[in-house]
Every structure is written in C-alpha cells, then in structure tokens.
Design a protein around this ligand. Structure first.
Ligand SMILES: *[C@@H]1O[C@H](CO)[C@@H](O)[C@H](O)[C@H]1NC(C)=O
Ligand SMILES: *[C@@H]1O[C@H](CO)[C@@H](O)[C@H](O)[C@H]1NC(C)=O
Ligand SMILES: *[C@@H]1O[C@H](CO)[C@@H](O)[C@H](O)[C@H]1NC(C)=O
Ligand SMILES: *[C@@H]1O[C@H](CO)[C@@H](O)[C@H](O)[C@H]1NC(C)=O
Ligand SMILES: *[C@@H]1O[C@H](CO)[C@@H](O)[C@H](O)[C@H]1NC(C)=O
Length: 325
C-alpha cells in the first residue's frame, strides 16, 4: 500500500546515490566513492587527499577517478602484483627495483649499487671519474671511468723502452736508442701527478761519421748522407789502379767509417816491347797513355798501320803491327 501523501524519496536520489531501506524508511545514500546528502549532491570523494603514502602505501602515486582511485608505483619501484596499477586493499605494495640486475648498466670498468628507488654507479679499482666524483648515474652524467694513471708512455723516435714500468703517477719509463743512434737528453719519461708523461717527446739522433776520409790518389763518390749506415765509394784517380783497401766504406754505429783506406798505385807499363830493326823514340815515361814511337833503322822500311804504342790501363803496352823489312 502506497501512501500517496508521502513523496517517493527514492525518486529524488542523486544520480551517484542509491536508495536504501532502513527502519521502514527509504534513504538516499551516496555511492561508494562519493560523499554528500544523497539527494542534492553526491560529490566525488578525493581519496588521494589524505596522502598517497597513507592510502596507497610507500613509494606510490595516488590517482583519483570519478567515484574511485588507483595507485601507481613511483619510478624505480615495482608493484608486487606486477601490474602497473593497483588498489591497495589487495595487499599490493611497491618494492624497490634492483636495477643492477641488468648487466652493463653502468658501462665499462664500472660497478653498480642499488639504492631505494634508484641506483648509482662507481668506477672499478684502478679507474676513476674525470670529474673527481665517487659515484655517477649514466642517465645524468656523460662520464666514463678512465684508467688511473698516465696511459701509454710516449714513443721515442729511433729508440725503445727498456724494462718494466707502471702507469701510475710517480713512475718512470726508461728508454734506449737503437744501434747507430744516440741522445744527449734524458732517457726517461715521468708520469706526473696530473697524469701526463713528461717529457712527452723524446728522440734519438743518428750517429754521424762526418766527412769521409780523404784517400790519396782516390776520390769519393758524392756523399749525400754521412750518418749511421751511409756508404761512400772511392775510385782511384785517372792513371791509377786499385792495389788494396776498401772501395766502399760504411758509417758504423761508433761514428767511424768502417774499412781501410784504398791504396791506388800509378799505372806503370814498364819497358816497351822491342821490335826488331827499330829504334825507339821514347821519353822514358811508363804511365798511362805514355807513347813510344818506333822508327826503322837505316836500310829498313816499315810495314804496318801505326808507328807508336800506348801504355794501357792494364799496365801493358799496346800490341802493334810494325815490321821493319
Ligand atoms: C612505509 O615506510 C615507513 C618508513 O620507512 C615504514 O615505517 C612503514 O612501515 C612503511 N609502510 C609500509 C606499508 O611498508
Ligand atoms: C592487473 O590489472 C588488471 C586490470 O587492471 C586486473 O584485471 C588484474 O587482476 C591485475 N592483476 C593482478 C595480479 O592484480
Ligand atoms: C609487500 O608485498 C609482498 C608481496 O605481497 C610481501 O611479501 C611484503 O612483505 C610486502 N612488504 C611490505 C613492506 O608490506
Ligand atoms: C809516325 O808516323 C807518322 C805518319 O804515319 C809520321 O808523321 C811520324 O813522323 C812518325 N813518327 C816517327 C817518330 O817516326
Ligand atoms: C802481339 O800480336 C802478335 C800478332 O798478332 C801475337 O802473336 C802476340 O802474341 C801479341 N802479343 C801480345 C803480348 O799480345
């Protein structure tokens, strides 16, 4: 039986309210997530207002929705239900993600430390950051771990490193010159406190033998280089021939020209050939290109093409056809 004089309360409920029967009366009550008198207003209740950590738990963000809300973990945290969003009443909480489980996160020569909600990187032993900091985060700093020390030592031109050395400040590298080279400067480079090698340019000079020795009756071929390994070749002057010694001399590592002086002797053809029935017209010269003339004695006449013979390079007189009849 409906009492028509009583207004239908349920018909007046707000759209976000529901009609409930209590003690024989109809009452409009705002739905879950809404607050108000149930008739003229049912406003969305901002559950997040009381604070994300209170309602969603630690390390969360709270998002209010029309009539409800949901929770999201902060960056670096993961919901224990493995979902992006959750409602806290199912026991889900946000736990720290161990970012360091991802290999290589910190890059070369570095290690990783997990922190609450994040992580940080440090350089391995023997390495350091250029900015002097102890820790870095690869997303924030464009830094890398550099080996502590001076790096590889400078090379010495015409030289080489002897013995062992370390790259740490305070250590030294010892050099030697290659054979035939020398240096009047220091033979060390030092790793300084600011991690540079000093000096960083080192070089050895080639040993120089200087002007080739002068050899009597011989001359050297024009010499362009007189340093270690250079060669010079001698030739006897015209009219002389090689008796002993070295034609080629080599500049040695000690700065001397290897070998012995060339010995050049003047060409000597000796006594000219005797030709029957002739007399010689000769100045007694027996050197290269000396000439002896022949003339038939009185009462003879000559047959042949030439009346003279020359002293030749092989130290013999030319064989001529000169016949006196
Ligand atoms: C939230 O963090 C506080 C302080 O670290 C701690 O005392 C509390 O137990 C935490 N709450 C939950 C639900 O883990
Ligand atoms: C993850 O979220 C979806 C939808 O938001 C829900 O259906 C599911 O039950 C959730 N899973 C867990 C393990 O809570
Ligand atoms: C978070 O949730 C996990 C899994 O439900 C649970 O084992 C752990 O004890 C919870 N931690 C806190 C602090 O409530
Ligand atoms: C040699 O022969 C040439 C001509 O063939 C002659 O003129 C010259 O006088 C000769 N010399 C001697 C020394 O007889
Ligand atoms: C000179 O020539 C003659 C005739 O050709 C020859 O018999 C003789 O052996 C030659 N002598 C020399 C030293 O060559």
């Amino acid at each position: 039986i409906v009492n028509r004089s009583v207004p239908d309360v349920c018909a007046t409920c707000h759209i976000h309210a529901t009609c409930h029967q209590t003690e024989g009366k109809s009452v409009c009550i705002c739905n879950y997530g809404f607050v108000g008198n149930g008739i003229t207003h049912c406003q969305d209740k901002d559950e997040c207002q009381i604070g994300a950590s209170k309602i969603c738990g630690n390390h969360t963000l709270c998002h209010n929705t029309h009539g409800s809300f949901y929770c999201v973990c902060l960056d670096g945290y993961q919901a224990s239900n493995n979902n992006k969003t959750f409602i806290p009443n199912d026991g889900t909480n946000c736990t720290d993600i161990d970012e360091c489980e991802e290999p290589g996160l910190c890059g070369r020569n570095a290690g990783c430390v997990n922190t609450e909600g994040s992580y940080k990187c440090y350089c391995n032993d023997g390495y350091k950051l250029e900015n002097g900091e102890r820790f870095f985060h690869p997303d924030e700093n464009m830094v890398s771990c550099k080996e502590i020390g001076c790096g590889s030592p400078p090379e010495m031109k015409h030289g080489y490193i002897v013995g062992n050395y370390s790259l740490l400040p305070g250590s030294a590298v010892r050099y030697k010159c290659k054979e035939g080279f020398y240096s009047n400067e220091g033979m060390f480079s030092y790793c300084t406190a600011n991690e540079t090698w000093e000096p960083d340019t080192l070089s050895c000079k080639a040993v120089d033998c200087g002007v080739p020795p002068s050899v009597s009756n011989a001359y050297p071929a024009s010499v362009s280089e007189t340093t270690y390994g250079s060669e010079v070749t001698y030739t006897c002057v015209h009219g002389y021939f090689t008796v002993s010694g070295n034609r080629t001399r080599v500049c040695n590592a000690k700065g001397r020209w290897d070998g012995t002086d060339l010995v050049c002797k003047e060409i000597n053809c000796g006594k000219p050939l005797l030709i029957p029935h002739t007399e010689m017209i000769w100045d007694d010269s027996t050197t290269l290109s000396s000439r002896v003339y022949y003339r038939c004695k009185e009462g003879y006449y000559s047959v042949g093409d030439r009346n003279f013979s020359e002293c030749m390079i092989d130290q013999s007189w030319e064989n001529i056809t000169y016949i006196c009849k």
